[in-house]
Ligand binder design. Structure first.
Ligand code: UD1
Length: 419
């Protein structure tokens, strides 16, 4: 178990450049399976989820070369169609590989991802859509097995705009016979990035970023070179690092238009936020103000992936704030750790009531998921004394340079010994 040790109380200042987005690069890497040719992907973050995805592709038989932030993937040599259970357990979103395997080989097998720290997280929408497209799916002893069967286009209505299901259907539909239409699709910017990547390979997809996506099946795909979009959640997390430490920081390589739900809440707590195309600047107020309500929603609503970090910030805001988590049933594990640091938080099912305190105090706390772990680091940056965040493996899944970036901005943060 690895840890981060933070001596809190340093005001952050300076500028950092934001990495490529985890939630864009993972489906894009899965999509490289479809072409059977070489794909070159730039701006890949140095995160452990990417390592897992590379391991999956190698298990399937792909040749993968990594050169700093560039990946070269040759999927011509795939000769296996099963994703090993240990890799699905490591990263739930490996289910995304199934759509690509089905799309190219008309068959595939993954183990059932099961529950996770955020709740049950079913995959019924993925399975139902594959069946609607003609796939023959058997669920057997914890495995989802898709037998060889040609896919055909279908009209699919999603009961909920699931990000993963939308991406999986796009991947399965690219090489299917006929046209697939997804209604009530997820509108997250990462979906549009996947569409742009697939179209650059020769796919015919329209509507990514809106609630209706139309995928016209094509016969084959080409070699591609592509640069992944910046990570809006890392950018949001870093803006909070500036805000929670009373600091003033700038971020480059961001897409400001994708961050409106986050920046509007930061303005509500009193921060001064200036946006300039691919750059964003934040100056913290003298004292933070509470917000009436943060309600997590699918994009363009407030992202559930920023809920924990805002809870850390609101712990130090004057007055009472309310958070309502509507996307995941069980995404408040960080609350009890924030309470250890001195926060005043009450939980009522999906609602969190946060009464701001004047100061947090350093303590040893445990990260239990990716964003919750990041929230503990943020709280530690503001807390008096030393905070040790343990189990930082969770954080490394999605933040490739958190420690070096925070150090660059002036934080006293170190990697601890393995425990
Ligand atoms: C993706 C993101 C994750 C983010 C989430 C919501 C990636 C790799 N991960 O996860 O960071 O927090 O979107 O923005 O992109 N659901 C069902 N049945 C299904 C699928 C989903 O009921 O078949 C439910 C889930 O349980 C959850 C909600 O839909 O309550 C949203 O899940 P979804 O959008 O699918 O999230 P992921 O794609 O898993």
């Amino acid at each position: 178990m690895t840890s981060y040790i933070i001596e809190g109380g340093k005001r952050l200042e300076g500028e950092v450049c934001i990495d490529g987005a985890k939630n864009a690069v993972l489906p894009i890497i899965a999509a490289t399976i479809l072409s059977g040719k070489e794909s070159i992907i730039h701006n890949c973050p140095n995160i452990s989820d990417l390592d897992t995805m590379i391991e999956i592709l190698r298990e399937l038989g792909c040749r993968v070369t990594r050169n700093n932030k560039t990946l070269i993937i040759d999927s011509s040599s795939i000769d296996r169609y099963e994703v090993p259970d240990r890799l699905v357990r490591k990263m739930r979103s490996s289910i995304i590989v199934l759509g690509a395997l089905l799309g190219r080989f008309k068959q595939g097998q993954v183990s059932y991802p099961g529950g996770c720290p955020l709740g049950a997280r079913p995959i019924d929408l993925h399975i139902k859509a594959f069946k609607d497209m003609g796939a023959c799916i058997v669920e057997d002893h914890g495995f989802i097995i898709c037998k060889e069967r040609q896919l055909r286009g279908a009209k699919i209505y999603l009961d909920f705009p699931s990000v993963g299901a939308t991406e999986n259907i796009m991947l399965a539909g690219v090489l299917a016979q006929g046209t697939t239409i997804i209604y009530n699709a997820a509108k997250e910017p990462e979906i549009k990035d996947l569409q742009d990547f697939l179209n650059a390979m020769g796919a015919k997809i329209k509507g990514g970023g809106s609630d209706t996506i139309i995928i016209e099946g094509v016969e084959s795909l080409d070699r591609v070179e592509y640069t992944v979009m910046p990570d809006r959640i890392i950018a949001g997390t870093y803006l909070i690092a500036g805000a929670i430490t009373g600091g003033e920081i700038s971020l480059t390589n961001v897409n400001c238009s994708q961050m409106r739900a986050i920046t509007s809440k930061l303005r509500e707590v009193g921060c001064n936020v200036c946006e300039d195309k691919d750059k964003i600047h934040i100056r913290a107020p003298q004292s933070l103000k509470s917000v009436d309500l943060i309600r997590t929603q699918p994009y363009p609503g407030f992202p559930t992936d920023m809920q924990a970090q805002f809870m850390a910030l609101l712990s130090l805001a004057e007055g009472t704030s309310i958070i309502l988590e509507t996307v995941f049933e069980s995404r408040y594990k960080h609350a009890k750790e924030l309470i250890r640091l001195g926060a005043n938080i009450q939980l009522e099912e999906r609602t969190a009531i946060i009464k701001g305190v004047n100061q947090l105090q350093g303590a040893t706390v445990e990260a239990s998921d990716l964003r919750g772990g990041a929230a503990l680091v943020l709280a530690g940056l503001a807390a008096e004394g030393v905070t040790t965040v343990t189990n930082t493996e969770h954080i490394k899944r999605g933040y490739g340079s958190l420690v070096s970036d925070m150090s660059l901005l002036g934080a006293n943060i170190y990697k601890g010994e393995n425990m």
